[in-house]
Design a binder for this molecule. Structure first.
Ligand code: GMT
Length: 379
């Protein structure tokens, strides 16, 4: 099948899922065309079945805001025609589903009928998309997609609750290539980060308020009072400065490392003992799944789709939003003895297996077939 994938090329979860999906589809023999404004961060190697087409928006001084959707929809039309693409898979409703719909309409004028699959990732629904400025356009784009998927049951419920949706929403969760994650390193150079007797605790996110980085520090502060440990914070974002300040205020700045954005998350997870994700909202929590797949147990909030991923008492523990006391107690339970930590590490990998690439990618493939059949019926 010839598939166009439209996504954000940045470090965000939706872009990562879209990229990993494209790579997995290409490996299975599909021809995949990424169409976005920059080469996606995880798309390091272009290969036989992978193509990247950059959308550029020429700056025109008359425009106060440069019209990306317009450039994207035109690029989609051009690429579909040039490469005989059969299906559009747009990740993140805003503005991708909207631009995809316009592209479909332009192509229909030329008797080219191409189905569009829209995947909802979370913030496009629960944060941005729900804003009155965007809501009518998001509702319209979802209802006019041929197939709609959401990354968790929880996000499906939120979408149905917040928008007037007339389309069926299929749940296709985030996924991870488990065999690639298990022991990818012979030596992950743990001593670079901590002493032998110290536990390593990790948080990876875009450090936005929704991630509750201050809760991460509060939890760590309580842990480090009982167990020698280090905290590694990976990612860049608006909460970084305030979080660094909080560490200084608590006098724990020597024990907390802010690493910024990293392409070496696998390596960092390789030497981590615990992952903390106390988010206010999290449609799925790909970061938690990545940690689990690398054998790192998770302490998280029970927001959104996190209970679908992090299994209470198995891969880690979940608490109500903001309950940093309980999160710290649970963390200590896991970290207290080497035996308990080993048990949780093993269980975390087992729980992650449910979301192995091999199990999830075929779900997308069968929805693609459904979308193609629908569009043949409609012509
Ligand atoms: O978590 C973020 O801030 C990034 C965000 C995105 O839009 O890329 O991630 C969302 O999509 C991921 C992939 O489907 C999910 O695993 C994340 O849980 C979801 N984030 C939120 O819902 C806050």
């Amino acid at each position: 099948m010839k598939i166009a994938i439209v996504c954000y090329p940045t470090f965000g979860g939706s872009g990562v899922v879209a990229t990993e999906l494209g790579l997995a589809l290409a490996e299975k023999g599909h021809e995949v065309h990424f169409i976005t404004y920059k080469q996606p961060v995880r798309l390091e190697l272009l290969s036989k079945n992978i193509h990247f087409h950059e959308v550029s928006v020429p700056v025109y001084p008359l425009f106060h805001y440069q019209p990306y959707e317009l450039a994207l929809s035109s690029k989609l039309v051009d690429m579909v025609k040039l490469h005989k693409i059969e299906l559009l898979h747009v990740h993140y409703a805003i503005p991708h589903a909207y631009a995809g719909y316009m592209a479909k309409k332009m192509m229909a004028e030329e008797n080219i009928f191409i189905p569009m699959v829209t995947t909802l990732h979370g913030t496009d629904i629960t944060l941005v998309g729900n804003h009155p400025f965007y809501k009518p356009a998001v509702t319209f784009s979802i209802n006019n997609s041929d197939v709609v998927t959401s990354v968790s049951k929880s996000l499906k419920e939120d979408t149905l609750h917040l928008f007037n949706i007339k389309k069926e929403i299929h749940v296709v969760p985030n996924f991870i290539d488990i065999p690639k994650k298990i022991n990818p390193y012979t030596d992950c150079q743990r001593d670079m980060m901590a002493e032998k007797h110290e536990r390593i605790i990790t948080h990876v996110s875009n450090l936005r308020p929704v991630k509750r980085v201050k809760d991460v520090i509060e939890i760590f502060d309580r842990i480090q009072k009982k167990i020698p440990s280090k905290l590694i914070i990976v990612g860049e974002g608006p909460e970084r400065e305030a979080s660094e300040k909080l560490c200084r205020k608590k006098g724990i700045e020597e024990k907390v490392l802010f690493l910024g954005n990293s392409n070496e998350v696998d390596k960092i997870l390789c030497f981590s003992d615990l992952f903390i994700l106390p988010s206010e909202k999290e449609s799925f929590g790909l970061a938690a799944l990545e940690a689990m797949a690398s054998g790192v147990p998770v302490i998280s909030s029970n927001s959104g789709g996190l209970p679908e991923v992090n299994i209470e008492g198995v891969s880690g523990y979940l608490s109500d939003l903001g309950n940093v006391e309980e999160m710290a107690e649970n963390a200590l339970k896991i970290l207290a003895s080497d035996e308990t930590l080993e048990t949780f590490k093993k269980q975390a990998v087992e729980a992650a297996m449910v979301y192995d690439t091999k199990k999830i990618v075929p779900l997308y493939e069968s929805l693609y077939k459904e979308a193609l059949n629908k569009s043949v019926d409609a012509t």
